[in-house]
Design a protein around this ligand. Sequence first.
Ligand SMILES: CC(C)(COP(=O)(O)OP(=O)(O)OC[C@H]1O[C@@H](n2cnc3c(N)ncnc32)[C@H](O)[C@@H]1OP(=O)(O)O)[C@@H](O)C(=O)NCCC(=O)NCCS
Length: 192
Amino acid sequence: MVDVVLPAATVDDAGALSALDVDVWRASYRRILSRALLDGLPQSPFHDPQYFLAVVDRSGMDEWLWVIEAEDALAGYCHFGACKDPGCGYLGEIARLYLRPAIQGQGIGTRILGAAAHRLVDEGLVPIRATVFEDNRRARRLYERLGAEYVGRQVVFEDQGKPVWDCTYGWADPAALLAAASGGVGKDRQGG
Ligand SMILES: CC(C)(COP(=O)(O)OP(=O)(O)OC[C@H]1O[C@@H](n2cnc3c(N)ncnc32)[C@H](O)[C@@H]1OP(=O)(O)O)[C@@H](O)C(=O)NCCC(=O)NCCS
């Protein structure tokens, strides 16, 4: 099993997380988003280093940004915390989880979702939701395998004039998510 460490991100990580984010989107969403959109990602305010600096700045109270290190190298990140949409009925949210393609499919995402769920439960941020591109079959399968219920779909932006749909999943009872943490991401090795 790959050993994973989850330090809290710092301002020094912002540039590397932005670059990793762009790499993972380009590798993972080629069939979901247009080439033009993927080419323009470094200029997007949701992917550039400023975005990550702002998240680091807010992190610690009810929002967390974990760097994912596997075999001593940057392998991804997980951003989660209090749900930013107060009217939606969910208190916690897994906002982003991205892993480099080379380490996908080895159970690491499952373990990290479980570890994030433990933190959300500890903070009373339940029920939990997550959104994912509707065409992201793999992530949807993973959430469903971990007990998430499909909540609904919504257009998130337009790509070359076409709507891109997100779908929302919810865990009213995160038991299956919590169980997923077993194996490899010890509490003492997680970020603040
Ligand atoms: C989605 C994502 C976070 C999942 O993380 P992951 O580590 O790849 O997921 P897991 O390995 O835990 O589970 C995914 C698959 O691998 C399989 N798997 C689990 N453990 C495994 C292992 N030890 N060896 C091989 N495969 C394994 C699972 O059965 C699952 O199979 P499925 O795709 O048929 O459902 C990751 O693939 C990713 O970063 N993708 C791109 C970005 C993305 O889609 N993010 C989610 C939306 S924010």
